[in-house]
Design a protein around this ligand. Structure first.
Ligand code: GDP
Length: 446
């Protein structure tokens, strides 16, 4: 039995969905532990591309139970649509379970989200967060304020109506809310249809652990967007860290075996906020184009830049990564050299190596110091075929050197490498400890 946590190590969109789907082949349960319809986990299957927003990436595999966990905020109407669409495409192969404790994200929250972001913009255009406007922040705020409705409430019409009336009473300032009666009726109908899926999930998972089942906890968003430890206020409203995955599932820390950090071989960020290694020039444009860096949920262009080892060390310490999955190495294929940021130089002359200043403003002033590693060849079909056949032995040696450098700098072994969007385009490296990576790098240096 293994409990594995999969979380993002950067600013999101690292391909957590693809990595989770890959690891789900060995799992009985896959649990989404936070966020809601702001997530867009893209998975390329032989049958076509799927973007999962509120369902766990495990639902695409036979024999896997995909749990939308208690730490999530679920939009019941779009959740039902997501299930129906997948079913119509014949791709809903696993079972769906929805936590009765997950909070319901309502159209009220969506309206409020847009209104709040405009309010911030009016006061100070630089203060817009550029949220997905999916209602995530207001739904989590109502959860903390004890005004929220939970998924179980949707199955009890009288309670639903009463709680909805109280919620509306707190939002008299928000313009353009949908009529209460209409919403109550719609939620009651959807709640009735979702009822067979809504149940307590923590006891389900505790029993599964008792029975020796493999469980994967799938985080959404990422460490640097954590509401406390990210680049506040340019963050999401939950805890997309390994600790957050536990709170968001009800699994105790003592049951966790592995914490897997997912990162791209470069960096991207959607929306506003500090991004020290952003490249706004031609090379950034190259990453955007070749990497297809456009938001899976909003379609917005992602800002692009280079791998930031300062932030990765920070994310690693925060999450306690036991291994890393590095994705999209193919995007950098063909570059002469690959820049990686090894430290920041601060305006006061100090150096930052593995902490995130609590003030986002200070991070904006950080000057990244780069090391330029040798690039690796493009990933032609022939290389991909060799990788499928021979495994990690077929990785280009300069790419191995890049991966070893990541391990040397973070102390965390790189265990998986993604070299294409397809389900089979991931290679397992095994765990090379930092000491071995260091020795091999020294041999490289000659
Ligand atoms: P997530 O939210 O962390 O799951 O990430 P997204 O789904 O938003 O973004 C990852 C994108 O990269 C998706 O379009 C994936 O299909 C794609 N992708 C995943 N792994 C790889 C890879 O190794 N190489 C390439 N080129 N694309 C990948």
């Amino acid at each position: 039995m293994t409990v594995r946590v999969v979380v993002g190590a950067q600013f999101g969109d690292e391909a957590k969905g693809k990595v989770t789907d890959y690891l789900a082949a060995d799992a009985r349960y896959v649990v989404r532990t936070g966020g809601g319809p702001n997530a867009g986990h893209t998975i390329h299957l032989p049958e076509g591309t799927v973007v999962l927003h509120q369902l766990a990436s495990g639902v695409l595999r036979h024999g896997v139970v995909g749990v939308s966990g208690p730490g999530m905020v679920l939009q019941p109407i779009s959740l039902e649509e997501e299930m129906k669409t997948l079913e119509a495409r014949g791709l809903l192969k696993g079972d769906v379970v929805i936590s009765d404790r997950a909070h319901a994200l309502l159209p009220v929250h969506e309206v409020q989200d847009g209104w709040e972001d405009e309010l911030r913009a009016k006061r100070n255009p630089e203060a817009t967060l550029g949220t997905t406007r999916r209602g995530i922040g207001p739904a989590y705020a109502d959860r903390a304020g004890r005004f929220g409705l939970r998924m179980a409430d949707l199955t009890r019409p009288a309670l639903l109506r009463e709680r909805l009336e109280t919620l509306y009473a707190t939002k008299t300032q928000v313009p353009g809310l949908p009529p209460l009666d209409e919403l109550a009726t719609r939620l009651t109908e959807v709640g009735g249809r979702l009822a067979p899926y809504i149940r307590p999930t923590e006891s389900l998972l505790w029993d599964a652990i008792g029975q020796g089942e493999n469980i994967l906890l799938e985080g959404a968003q990422s460490a640097l967007l954590d509401v406390d430890f990210g680049t506040y206020p340019f963050v999401t409203s939950s805890h997309p860290t390994s600790a957050g995955a536990l709170v968001g599932s009800g699994i105790p820390p003592t049951e966790v075996d592995e914490v897997i950090g997912v990162l791209k071989a470069y960096a991207t960020r959607v929306g506003a906020g500090p991004f020290p290694t952003e490249d706004t020039g031609e090379r950034g444009e190259f990453l955007r184009r070749v990497g297809g860096e456009r938001g899976a949920t909003t379609g917005r262009q992602r800002r692009c830049g280079w791998l930031d080892l300062v932030l990765l060390r920070y994310a690693s310490r925060l999450n306690g990564f036991t291994s890393l999955a590095v994705t999209k190495v193919d995007v950098l294929g063909g570059l002469d050299e690959v820049p990686v940021c090894v430290r920041y130089s601060m305006p006061d002359g100090s150096t930052v190596r593995d902490v995130l200043p609590s003030q986002s403003d200070d991070l904006t002033k950080a000057q990244p110091v780069y090391e330029h590693l040798p690039g690796w060849p493009e990933f032609h079909e022939r290389t991909k075929a060799r990788l499928r056949l021979e495994g990690s032995r077929a990785l280009p040696s300069t790419l191995r050197r890049f991966l070893d450098r990541v391990t040397e700098e973070t102390g965390v072994p790189v265990e998986w490498v993604g070299y294409g969007p397809g389900r089979d385009e991931t290679v397992h490296l095994g765990r090379k400890p930092a000491s071995q990576a260091r020795t091999e790098l020294a041999e490289w240096a000659g």
